[in-house]
Design a protein around this ligand. Structure first.
Ligand code: SF4
Length: 498
C-alpha cells in the first residue's frame, strides 16, 4: 500500500514512542491533526529562540544553514564540516541512517574523531523523554559513522539571577551529561525504529484508544479526531487522577452516569457524577463575610525563559498588569487598571499602583492562589514595600476556594476554573467575544506588544485587548460573587454533604 520508503525523523520517533497511532496519522493522514493554536505556537517559537540563544555558549560554532526541506544539501554541508579538522562545533548538523534523519542542535569535537552530541531544551530540567530524544540521535550518528564519546543535554538554569548587562550564557544554561543513560537505551532504539517502520507499512492505524497517554509527554494534535465519537459524559472528563479513568475503563464503564455506586471518587468527581446543584450549609455565611468596599483583583503575568530585567530568573513570573473592580457599599462600581506598555521592568510600578488601588480597607476578592504568590514575590523584590504588600495578602478572599468548598453547579462539568465557572453562572460574561481568551494568550500578546517592532496602532490595539481581557476577569468575578450571594441567600434547602 505504501511503496515508497517511509522516512523517519527524531520527532516522528518521539511521536511513535508516545503512541503508535499518532505516528501513523502523522505519516499517512496529517490533515486529521488539529491546527496549532497561538499558545502552542508561542511555546514552539520559544524553543527555537532558546536553541538559537544557546549557541552563544560556543562562539566558534558553525551553523548548517540548509533548512529541514533541503535535506541533501544539509547532509552534504555537515559531512564537509565533519571532515574539516578546523571545525570545533557544528550547529544543526544533519545525519541520516537507514531512513532516519536527525538534525543535531550542537555537535562538539572533543578529540580528532570523537564528538559530544548536545541537545538543547527550553525546560528547567532533564525529563525522561529527553533520554529517548538524544538516544535516537546518538544511534543515527553512530550508524552514520560518527564516534559519539559523550552525550549532553543543555537546559535552562532556573537558579540563575540576571544581574544586568550581557547575559552570562554559561550561567543561564546547564549541560547535564547523559552518556550513561543513552548507552543503556541504545540497543532498544534500533528495535523501536524497526517496529515503527513495520507498523507504518500496515494498511490501517493500530487500534489504540485515547486516554492519559495522549497528553503526556506532549499534547497529541489528533485528540479531537480520536475522541469525536465519545459520549457526552465520557469518563475521561472526570477531573483528577487518570488512575480512576483507567480503573473505570477496565470495568467497562464508559460514561460518568454508569459509574457504580460505592466506587471511590474524590469530592469533585462525586459532584460531577451527582450532576446537581449543591451548596454547603455554611455557604450563605461565607458569601456574606466580605467587607465593603469589595475589591475584585486579577493580575496577568508573563514568564520569559530568558530573564529580561535585573533581579529576574528564567521562567520567574513577572506581573504585567492588574485590574480592580471595586464595589462600594452604596452599589457604586469603580474600575481601576494598570498595564505596563513599555519594554521595562514593571514590577515596582505594579507594586505601588496595587497598593494605591486597594487602599487600606475592604475585602480583596481574587480567583486562585496566583495573586497571593505575585504579591509575595513583589514583597520579596521590594523590601521597602513589603509591609504594605503583606497587609494586602492578609485581606485576600479566594472565591475559587469558596466555590471549591461550598458550591457546585452541573454546568461546571467538573472544572472550577473561572473559564468554566463564569460562563456557567453568568453566561453573558463568557470570553469568546474577546480577542484574548486566556492568560497564556495574554502573555503571548504582551510579549509581542513590548518586544516586537510594531506600529503604534497595532500596539494600541494589543494594549486595549489586554485591558479588556483582564477587566473581564474582575468584572466577571464581581458578577459571579453576586450570583452566588443570591443563590446562597435564596430559599434553597442545603442538601446533605456528599
Ligand atoms: S489522540 Fe491519543 S490515541 Fe489518538 S493518536 Fe493521539 S495519542 Fe494516539
Amino acid at each position: 500500500m505504501f511503496p515508497s520508503p517511509i522516512r523517519l525523523s527524531k520527532s516522528r520517533f518521539l511521536s511513535g514512542l508516545q503512541c503508535a497511532k499518532r505516528l501513523y496519522y502523522e505519516v499517512h493522514t496529517p490533515e486529521l491533526a488539529a491546527a496549532v493554536d497561538p499558545e502552542r505556537q508561542a511555546i514552539m517559537n520559544m524553543g527555537i529562540e532558546i536553541g538559537e540563544y544557546a549557541r552563544r555558549w560556543f562562539p566558534d560554532g558553525i551553523l548548517v544553514q540548509e533548512t529541514y526541506r533541503q535535506t541533501h544539501a544539509a547532509l552534504r554541508t555537515t559531512m564537509e564540516l565533519v571532515k574539516d579538522p578546523e571545525t570545533s562545533v557544528i550547529f544543526e548538523a544533519a545525519f541520516e541512517w537507514q531512513g532516519t534523519l536527525v538534525r543535531v542542535d550542537m555537535l562538539e569535537r572533543i578529540e580528532d574523531d570523537a564528538w559530544r552530541l548536545i541537545e538543547v531544551k527550553s525546560t528547567a530540567k532533564v525529563k525522561p523523554i529527553h533520554i529517548q530524544d538524544v538516544a535516537v540521535q546518538a544511534e543515527v550518528l553512530c550508524g552514520a559513522g560518527i564516534r559519539i564519546a559523550r552525550v549532553g543535554l543543555m537546559h535552562l538554569n532556573t537558579r540563575y539571577v540576571y544581574e544586568g548587562g550581557p547575559i552570562d550564557v554559561e550561567a543561564l544554561f546547564v549541560i547535564e551529561d547523559l552518556t550513561e543513560q543513552v548507552q543503556q537505551h541504545s540497543s532498544r532504539v534500533r528495535e523501536q525504529l524497526e517496529h515503527m517502520r513495520h507498523m507504518l507499512r500496515a494498511p490501517f492505524p493500530p487500534a489504540i484508544e485515547p486516554d492519559g497517554h495522549c497528553h503526556s509527554p506532549y499534547v497529541c494534535p489528533f485528540w479531537p479526531h480520536c475522541t469525536q465519537d465519545k459520549p457526552d459524559r465520557w469518563i475521561y472528563q472526570l477531573p483528577g487522577s487518570r488512575h480512576t479513568f483507567k480503573e473505570l475503563e477496565g470495568q467497562g464503564v464508559e460514561t460518568i452516569d454508569e459509574i457504580p455506586a460505592g466506587f471511590q471518587l474524590t469530592v469533585l468527581q462525586q459532584r460531577m457524577k451527582d450532576n446537581v446543584e449543591w451548596m454547603s450549609p455554611e455557604f450563605s455565611t461565607v458569601m456574606q463575610s466580605v467587607v465593603y468596599p469589595v475589591h475584585h483583583v486579577d493580575f496577568e503575568m508573563f514568564m520569559p525563559a530568558i530573564p529580561p530585567y535585573p533581579g529576574t530568573r528564567p521562567y520567574r513570573p513577572i506581573p504585567i498588569q492588574w485590574s480592580n473592580h471595586i464595589e462600594h457599599q452604596d452599589g457604586r462600581i469603580q474600575h481601576d487598571t494598570y498595564l505596563c506598555t513599555e519594554p521595562k521592568d514593571p514590577r515596582e510600578e505594579i507594586a505601588r499602583s496595587i497598593i494605591a488601588t486597594v487602599g487600606e480597607t475592604g475585602t480583596i476578592c481574587v480567583y486562585s492562589e496566583n495573586e497571593r504568590h505575585i504579591l509575595l514575590s513583589l514583597a520579596e523584590a521590594f523590601p521597602q514595600l513589603k509591609g504594605e504588600l503583606l497587609k494586602i495578602v492578609e485581606r485576600l478572599w479566594d472565591l475559587f476556594a469558596v466555590i471549591q468548598q461550598h458550591y457546585y453547579h452541573p454546568d461546571f462539568r467538573g472544572s472550577l476554573s473561572i473559564k468554566s465557572v463564569l460562563p456557567a453562572l453568568v453566561p453573558h460574561m463568557a470570553y469568546q467575544d474577546l480577542a484574548i481568551h486566556n492568560g497564556a494568550m495574554a502573555s503571548v500578546v504582551y510579549r509581542k506588544m513590548v518586544l516586537d517592532e510594531l506600529d503604534l496602532i497595532e500596539r494600541a490595539r494589543m494594549a486595549s485587548d489586554l485591558r479588556e481581557y483582564c477587566a473581564r476577569d474582575t468584572m466577571g468575578m464581581l458578577m459571579l460573587r453576586h450570583v452566588l450571594l443570591e443563590k446562597a441567600t435564596a430559599c434553597i434547602a442545603p442538601s446533605s454533604d456528599a
